[in-house]
Design a protein. Structure first.
Length: 298
């Protein structure tokens, strides 16, 4: 069956960005001038996804508004002859994918957020895309997972090697064997293991291709780490009755879910943005020289 649907969970509290996220969704934090969630929706579109469900919560109205028309703004841009900005604004409403929204009443965990998508997904394979991870590669990562699914008809989770001391921040796989380059048979999936107990350094990154059987498992899933319904635990259970593979991502991953990663990503994107790249580059070179001089003096 063709993969047509994606779920973007966006109901988390975003505590790592407080106070910015007290009244504003972290998914709307911009990388220079584009909210992070727009990058995710664009990746879905480029991957051939037709229908997207965004799972939101309290204080998340602006996500819906961002993808809706803004007639007052558009009229004003038209009147003042700002044609490029008008085109840009309108293009967000005409992305060429269908967006649907539902709410997760309590942030009870990623697994619980995905369970909210059950009737939207029905009996089809679907993608899960987390807003914390922005990926760049020639073929979008979601499309890479779809290509794997088209051959295996099995759930496939994107992974990447991370520094060993960081494994406790991630879901981690216990690999069995590599059945073809970049495709791993998995023995088990563990959510945020202790560094000395981690079965490998392959971390689950924010893209999943799942078969619909995950929903029945999620419906009975007991809270796991942090008292939350963990998607990783449900995937581990599913792996006992049907094959679940890990796909090794070789492109670039930007973790925008923490402050440092967010700043680095903003700088890198700013260095490619036509309006900022030259001045930003000059500024960074000047700043680098000053920092070097200061570190030599200390
Ligand atoms: P995170 O734990 O990274 O996001 O969840 P968070 O909770 O928003 O952020 P911090 O850790 O407090 O700073 C991963 C993804 O799962 C979603 C989040 O929105 C994020 O995209 N999520 C998490 C939900 O939709 N519902 C939840 O109950 C938990």
């Amino acid at each position: 069956m063709k993969v047509r649907k994606a779920v973007i969970p966006a109901a988390g509290l975003g505590t790592r960005f407080l106070p910015a996220t007290k009244a504003m969704p972290k998914e709307m934090l911009p990388i220079v001038d584009k909210p992070t969630i727009q990058f995710i929706v664009e990746e879905a579109k480029k991957s051939g996804i037709e229908d997207i469900l965004i799972v939101t919560g309290k204080n998340k109205r602006s996500i819906e508004d961002h993808f809706d028309a803004n007639p007052e703004l558009e009229q004003d841009l038209e009147k003042t002859g700002k044609k490029e900005l008008l085109k840009l604004t309108e293009s967000i409403t005409n992305l060429g994918v269908n967006l649907y929204f539902t709410r997760q009443p309590h942030p009870a965990g990623l697994g619980d957020a995905i369970l909210r998508a059950r009737s939207f997904v029905g009996d089809e394979p679907f993608a899960v895309m987390l807003g914390d991870d922005l990926m760049t590669d020639k073929v979008p990562l979601t499309k890479q997972l779809i290509n794997r699914y088209d051959k295996t008809h099995a759930s496939t989770i994107a992974v990447m090697p991370v520094p060993h001391e960081e494994v406790s921040k991630y879901g981690v796989i216990e690999p069995a064997d590599e059945i073809e380059p970049g495709l791993i048979n998995v023995k088990s999936f563990v959510e945020k293991p202790a560094v000395d107990k981690a079965p490998s350094d392959y971390a689950i990154i924010g893209r999943y291709l799942l078969t619909p059987e995950i929903f029945e498992i999620l419906a009975h899933q007991k809270p796991g780490r942090g008292g939350e319904i963990q998607l990783t635990d449900a995937i581990d259970t599913m792996n006992k009755t049907q094959r679940v593979f890990a796909h090794v991502f070789k492109g670039e991953r930007h973790d925008v879910g923490n402050k440092e990663g967010y700043l680095e990503t903003s700088i890198e994107y700013g260095l490619t943005h036509p309006e900022t790249k030259d001045e930003l580059r000059n500024y960074i070179i000047k700043l680098g020289r000053e920092l070097e001089k200061n570190s030599k003096q200390n």
